[in-house]
Design a protein around this ligand. Structure first.
Ligand code: V47
Ligand code: SF4
Length: 398
């Protein structure tokens, strides 16, 4: 594990690029980096420098604490009327026989399957289709809350909400209030992709714009509620576009403080319209985690979505600014490998997940969605972990 002494060693090197020294000094002093400095980090900073600097920020915020939670995913449908070029769902509009469209009762059956499981959250996200409208989701949230009031509903992204509200002819503010009243607790970070229209129009044309994505989160935050943010990187965007994306998130966070976690999502190239693009390397991924940690000074958490990047990279990421590993359970999801995730059949028991974190010298903490501590596993001894078998799912939509 890296420590601040690694950073001292790097800063004591007389040959260190003076610009990188200046940036490190700014970060250490708690002075915000500007966008030119962000791009400079992507273009010039070596991996060891980025790791040492990001680790310093991470340890200042969280020490060795590394968070995970127990949730399950439901994808109401894997068919979508949009055609994002990176998405492995979009082709299904023409091949409906490979798709599913769950009814409200189907979804409630899935929820009931977890009745005996110690999960704290249900993460709902799927494709966009007309029948999944305002009435459908408000009724679904109400039924979930009636069945299991303590289950945190983290559901849908501005991609769906924009579509649903437009169809129902309600404003974003009115729409989000209706969702809150129906039982929505928080919003996941999906659908953000890359905000800059130069890229967004190419890869996600037709769905909500970057500004609309941000406005819906803003309305949700105004209601006193929390959400996450993502960035889909490693396709046709440049470093400038990545920093522009982070800048916009940082600005909204200054205004509302409503974001909890930033989740960088590495583009995977299986079975989509951008399959010809080569995927980024692990080194690029680690640099991207580190720069996100250094740059997003007003975000509490940086999350690695381990089913997508694999266990080894997830462990490494904990030394590059990441303090959260998405630990989820699910045995119903069918599409986790559609986009070519690292984990073809990802399954980790709580014990395995705890050990994965411990083995790189960090402290495993099970959290709920809002980062309240559920169980501190730092000194926990597992006698028999058979009562809980964890599985993870991999939603790759929105
Ligand atoms: O928005 C789609 C991405 C996202 C691909 O908030 C792809 O806790 C890589 O947002 N390669 C959905 N990524 C997943 C998501 C998420 C996941 C885990 C936790 C949380 C959270 C949010 O997946 C989409 C899109 O950006 N995605 N296709 C692909 N080929
Ligand atoms: Fe639809 Fe989301 Fe896939 Fe785009 S990323 S095609 S909006 S499911």
């Amino acid at each position: 594990m890296q420590s601040t002494s690694n950073l001292d060693l790097i800063l004591n090197d007389a040959k260190l690029d003076p610009k990188l020294r200046e940036i490190a000094e700014k970060s250490i002093a708690g002075t915000r980096l500007n966008s030119a400095e962000g791009v400079y980090l992507y273009e010039h900073a070596p991996l060891a420098y980025l790791g040492a600097l990001a680790n310093r920020v991470r340890e200042q915020k969280h020490g060795d604490n590394t968070y995970f939670n127990r949730n399950f995913h439901i994808e109401p449908t894997n068919i979508c009327l949009y055609t994002c070029t990176f998405c492995s769902y979009s082709r299904l509009i023409k091949k409906r026989e490979e798709g599913w469209e769950y009814s409200l009762e189907d979804i409630m059956d899935i929820v009931r399957k977890y009745d005996e499981q110690p999960v704290t959250e249900v993460h709902i996200v799927g494709g966009v289709l007309p029948q999944y409208d305002l009435a459908f989701y408000t009724e679904l949230y109400k039924q979930i809350k009636a069945h299991r009031p303590d289950l945190h509903i983290k559901a849908l992204t501005p991609v769906e909400y924009h579509y649903i509200f437009k169809k129902a002819k309600v404003s974003y503010a009115e729409g989000m209030k209706l969702m809150l009243e129906a039982g929505l607790d928080s919003m996941p970070g999906g659908g953000a992709e890359i905000f800059h229209p130069e890229i967004r129009n190419e890869i996600a044309g037709g769905k909500c714009s970057g500004d609309e994505w941000l406005s819906i989160h803003e309305e949700w935050h105004k209601l006193g509620k929390r959400s996450n943010a993502t960035m889909l990187y490693g396709h046709i965007e440049s470093f400038f576009h990545r920093i522009d994306h982070l800048d916009q998130l940082r600005a909204l966070q200054d205004k509302t403080g409503g974001f909890q976690t930033f989740i960088p999502l590495k583009f995977r190239n299986k079975d989509n319209q951008m399959s010809h693009l080569e995927e980024k390397t692990v080194i690029d991924d680690l640099k991207n985690y580190a720069i996100s940690r250094i740059y997003l000074d007003n975000f509490d958490h940086i999350k690695a979505y381990w089913p997508m990047i694999g266990r080894d990279t997830a462990q490494l990421s904990l030394a590059f600014g990441v303090d959260d590993i998405d630990g989820t359970i699910d045995d119903t999801t069918k599409i986790y490998s559609m986009a070519g995730s690292e984990e073809q059949n990802p399954a980790l028991s709580t014990k395995d997940l705890v050990n994965l974190i411990r083995r790189v010298g960090r402290k495993p903490i099970e959290r709920d969605t809002l980062y309240n501590v559920v169980t501190d596993y730092t000194d926990h001894e597992f006698e028999d972990d058979k009562h809980f078998k964890g599985y993870v799912s991999l939603p790759v939509v929105n």
